[in-house]
Ligand binder design. Structure first.
Ligand code: GUN
Ligand code: ZN
Length: 650
């Protein structure tokens, strides 16, 4: 029950499938809030499904329970019958209404039993809503009660259960709440944040999420209560939020406000047709403004849902593309409060780094703040370590030198003393031999366009090199062999440490691309051991992996495969999370690992989808995709890998 499978991810953000009794929810998903009273609901759930592509909704069990005719109908035909929706329905317990209106009519057992009765797909514990202002002792007492109720609810609930994560702005309480919810819940519902969202207090929201994050199990979807504005969806996804609810589409419509991913527009101010979504194309917005109140509200609500559904689609696409940071930064330019929230997010790199991928296809600078993304923090840390191991007198080049010129770079001065070259880049000073690595290699920022340094002709660089004081080198000499050796060692040192690099580098020869001058292949005895990607990372071939096993320390770069899956992985099948019995905890998603059996025999080379700490906690899904393997591939007819009918082709 409640299978949760991560398909793709970009840092904490993930595209996943969450199974409910009424079907699968593809996440990140937007669950519009539906009022159980059809008279108070501007768009019917049926219309949402057909016209807007809504797959799942959330409604209030509490309002249903306290309104006799609704309650009677729900008891008779279930919540799906009441709402006229046969997809997944999550219900909320009324904690928020009880908090906001101060009523305490229903008890936790009663509202849970009611959610069971009406056939809710995901029932929510009646939590104690904690205001951001709550003092520690007040928040702690409320949390204890929420957790006691959650434990009781778990025992009384056979189906999917959402456990709210409270704790106000107290980091220790958020962490405890998240950890305990992770033991009890099928859905981890971060609550108590509506005031933060409504008052645009995004830095505090970021701190609450940062505090909760390490405690949240990767094995269950995370819901964020009250994230209605589409402007915030990318921000939420960035923190690993999988389920978003929206009552904003309706609340804003009541006030005559149109939602867009980059902000809000009051319809009465409109003189132009700023939206031509399917609905606004039918009746131009300035005219909608003049329609009778009910129609006007309805039309705005549908527009708001359309833009919200579109935005959640963009979020999912961004996760696929590996551009969730770009999208979040672009959205943050829409409002200074959101920008402040994103800046706060960047103060918590260690929350992001365990799941931050080894590389992405691109790195595009949206603003100056792009230069402190977690990917850059990791890169800087690794460079510091690298330079610490290799202290040399440095020569700074302000020009990011391109590979064309690299063969002209001397690695020794005239007296034969080694020179370390370093480039000043927008991401800080980078040893020249590492200049092709992600994120600095694929980095695209305004410098690229503002000054044409990277496109300067070689002659200009020659002059620059000659001009550097103290270096009177013969620049007609071809330095490429020595330079290449240095670069090969550097790539290995960064990936496997200086000892392994020293061990292997002497046995390898680097081959460059004729077209770009970049390192492409590292060969030993004429065979490729490593292939260098466009992200500048040297990834082992199967043969190269075999050379690494004896020189890498025990467990390093390894993922250990259980006996029953080993034969299939050896023949090229993806490694499913539940067949992992151990993994080097320093590995990260998208990194290349050695997939070995229990005796450390190499089965395959794989690219990780999951971080090591996630593998034991995800019952479903692929932990690593095999890129090279030991044995002949499995023929289609005997492809019965254990538990692999859900295997997708590479
Ligand atoms: N809706 C908005 N915020 C909350 C919350 O903290 N708990 C519950 N149960 N529902 C909410
Ligand atoms: Zn529109």
């Amino acid at each position: 029950m409640g299978g949760f499978e991560v398909l793709e991810r970009d840092g904490l953000a993930r595209r996943a499938r969450f199974e409910t009794p009424h079907g699968i929810v593809e996440t990140p998903a937007l669950l519009p809030v539906v009022h159980p009273d059809p008279a108070r609901q501007p768009v019917s759930p049926a219309e949402m499904r057909v016209r807007l592509g809504v797959r799942a909704i959330i409604s209030s069990a509490y309002i249903t329970w306290r309104t006799p005719p609704l309650r009677a109908e729900a008891e008779r035909s279930g919540i799906h019958g009441l709402l006229g929706f046969d997809g997944p329905v999550m219900t909320d317990s009324g904690a928020f209404q009880q908090h906001a209106y101060g009523s305490v009519e229903v008890g936790p057992e009663e509202i849970l039993a009611f959610q069971n009765t009406i056939g809710s797909d995901i029932a929510t514990v009646l939590d104690r809503f904690t205001e951001p202002e709550a003092e520690h002792d007040v928040a702690a007492a409320a949390l204890d009660e929420t957790l006691a109720r959650a434990a009781a609810a778990r025992a009384a609930r056979p189906g999917l259960l959402a456990v709210p994560v409270q704790g106000g702005l107290h980091a220790d309480l958020r962490a405890r709440s998240a950890a305990r919810a992770s033991e009890l819940a099928d859905v981890l519902a971060v609550g108590g944040v509506v005031p933060l969202l409504e008052q645009y207090r995004f830095p505090e929201l970021a701190r609450a999420l940062a505090a909760a994050r390490p405690g949240l199990t990767p094995g269950a979807p995370v819901h964020l209560f009250g994230t209605g504005h589409p402007m915030t969806f990318a921000f939420a996804a960035l923190w690993g939020v999988d389920l978003i609810d929206s009552s904003a589409y309706h609340k804003f419509a009541r006030r005559g406000c149109l939602l867009f991913p980059d902000g809000t527009v009051a319809i009465d101010d409109l003189r132009e047709e700023v939206c031509r979504c399917a609905l606004c194309a039918e009746v131009p917005l300035p005219e909608v403004a003049r329609r009778p109140a009910a129609e006007r509200e309805r039309r705005i609500a549908v527009h708001n849902l359309l833009t919200s559904m579109e935005e959640i689609g963009r979020v999912r696409q961004a996760i696929h593309d590996g551009t969730i940071w770009e999208l979040a930064e672009r959205r943050a330019t829409g409002h200074p409060a959101l920008r402040a929230g994103l800046e706060e997010a960047k103060r918590w790199p260690d929350v992001f780094l365990p799941t931050e991928p080894a590389s992405r296809r691109a790195f595009r600078e949206i603003s100056d703040a792009s230069r402190v993304r977690p990917a850059v923090v990791r890169f800087r840390r690794r460079i510091e370590e690298y330079v610490r191991d290799r202290p040399l007198p440095r020569r700074i080049s302000r020009v990011p030198l391109r590979p064309d010129y690299l063969r002209r770079i001397p690695v020794r001065d005239r007296e034969g003393r080694p020179i370390a070259w370093s480039c000043e880049t927008p991401l800080g000073s980078v040893p020249l031999e590492l200049i092709d690595l992600y994120p600095v290699g694929p980095y695209l920022g305004i410098e690229e366009f503002a000054d044409r340094a990277r496109h300067r002709p070689p002659a200009a660089v020659d002059t620059e090199l000659r001009a550097l004081e103290g270096l009177d080198a013969d620049l007609d000499r071809d330095w490429s062999a020595e330079w290449t050796e240095l670069q090969v060692r550097a790539l290995l040192a960064l990936e496997y440490g200086p000892i392994v690099a020293d061990e292997l580098a002497g046995r390898l020869r680097g081959e460059r691309s004729r077209r770009t001058g970049r390192l492409r292949t590292l060969l030993g005895d004429g065979r490729p051991w490593f292939v260098v990607g466009t992200d500048g990372i040297a990834r082992p071939t199967f043969f190269g992996g075999g050379q690494l096993v004896p020189v890498l320390g025990e467990g390093r770069s390894r993922v250990v495969v259980s006996d029953d899956a080993a034969p299939f992985v050896a023949r090229g099948r993806s490694l499913f999370a539940r067949f992992v019995t151990g993994a080097d905890p320093t590995l990260v998603p998208d990194q290349t690992a050695l997939l070995v059996d229990r005796d450390d025999a190499l089965l395959a080379i794989g690219r990780l989808v999951l971080a090591p700490h996630e593998m034991p906690r995800l019952a479903r899904g692929v932990a690593a995709r095999v890129t090279a393997h030991a044995a002949a591939p499995i023929a289609a007819e005997d492809a019965e890998a254990p538990g692999s009918p859900d295997a997708r082709p590479e």
